[in-house]
Design a protein around this ligand. Structure first.
Ligand code: ADP
Ligand code: MG
Length: 343
């Protein structure tokens, strides 16, 4: 019982809210090279969050391991951590979801179709049952009644579900916009309104088309390209991280931003999405910099921002929080100054 509760508490640190559930599942689908990803909510995610992809599927020799703690098929050695190419690398997501929810997986590799396998697990992550079912190529992961075994967390989520659902949809917008060549479809069933489409993208080749799918053509027409090339002295932290190799810190900011509109009138949704090397993340200091610049020119609303910050991997650390959304930029202050000046 002891070990079990420890596992649940630790799992609650990896999976903290609906956003972390959606993030982990969508990243797994992207890592599996999916080109279609369907996210289905029931009761805004309280009842179910399910992600279905057409990716590689899980190979049978991995069925036993996928939900075990620290199992990952993605990291071959610790040194790989420096240049992560895949989103996942800790092998904690499925194991945590297993401990926190009614969890199961249906998966099929291309050569197995139309035969798929449904996998059920014990709370510990041990494979409990495998069953032959009909299915398409790819993987469906179902997370029912999240936090069912953490009553306080569950009640908190129920209380704030409207806000939490809003946050998770915004996060999915960010993944859908940055993922060119991937069709996203997000659906929700609340009460009798079954399977309502929340938004979708069409496997577009450009981020611009993705933005048009998600936010509409009107938003797109209010945007202008954002292309900044910033360069500054690296801080000592960055020098250390790069093994004293970094002569300068060069950060390219690419994306789209709303044209400033002076005076009254709301042209674009008040939305800001930030990415570091195409990985969605929260960057409050950078968001603040954009807002301050717009404000200083008396622009009536804060800008719509889609900004991907391309930089050397030694310029930041993703390994600071289990959910990998918090990114530590070694030169945040210098970046903010330089960004404001260029904007
Ligand atoms: P990580 O992503 O850090 O490897 P996870 O706990 O998220 O750890 O997933 C464990 C393993 O399960 C992955 O390494 C992968 O082999 C497999 N897996 C999970 N989701 C999928 C998916 N959608 N498609 C294919 N394989 C998956
Ligand atoms: Mg993962």
């Amino acid at each position: 019982i002891e070990a079990r509760s420890v596992h649940q508490i630790q799992s609650g640190q990896v999976i903290t809210d609906l956003c972390s559930v959606a993030k982990e599942l969508v990243e797994n689908s992207l890592d599996a090279k999916a080109t279609t990803i369907e996210v289905r909510f029931k009761d805004n995610g309280l009842d179910l969050i399910e992600v279905q992809d057409n990716g590689s599927g899980i190979s049978p020799e991995n069925y036993e391991h996928v939900a075990l703690k620290h199992y990952t098929s993605k990291l071959s050695s610790y040194t790989d951590l420096g240049w992560l190419k895949t989103y996942g690398f800790r092998g904690e997501a499925l194991s945590s979801l297993c401990a926190l929810s009614d969890f199961h997986v249906v998966t099929a590799e291309a050569h197995q179709v139309p035969v798929a396998t449904k996998l059920e697990f014990e709370i510990s992550g041990k494979l409990a049952k495998r069953q032959v079912v009909a299915g398409r190529k790819g993987t469906t992961v179902s997370v029912g009644t999240i936090f069912k075994r953490l009553p306080v967390r569950r009640r908190e989520l129920e209380k704030n579900i409207k806000r939490e659902y809003g946050k998770v949809v915004n996060l999915l917008h960010a993944y859908a916009c940055i993922s060119t060549g991937v069709s996203f479809s997000v659906r929700n069933t609340v009460g009798k309104t079954k399977n309502v489409s929340v938004f979708s993208t069409n496997g577009n080749r450009t981020i611009k088309e993705n933005i048009a799918n998600v936010y509409g053509a009107k938003t797109l027409s209010a945007l202008m390209p954002l292309e900044l090339d910033l360069e500054f002295e690296p801080s000592s932290a960055m020098r250390r991280a790069s093994g004293n190799n970094a002569q300068s810190n060069r950060i390219q900011v690419c994306g789209h931003i709303s044209r400033p509109v002076f005076g009254e009138g709301r042209q674009t949704p008040d939305r800001q999405m930030f990415f570091v090397n195409s990985r969605p993340c929260t960057l409050p200091q950078i968001a603040k910099a954009f807002n301050e610049v717009y404000k200083s020119f008396n622009v009536s609303q804060s800008p719509f921002v889609f900004a991907d910050l391309q930089m050397d991997t030694s310029a930041y650390d993703v390994n600071v929080s289990p959910d990998k959304r918090t990114i530590l930029l070694h030169d945040a202050a210098a970046l903010v100054d330089s960004l404001k000046a260029s904007l």
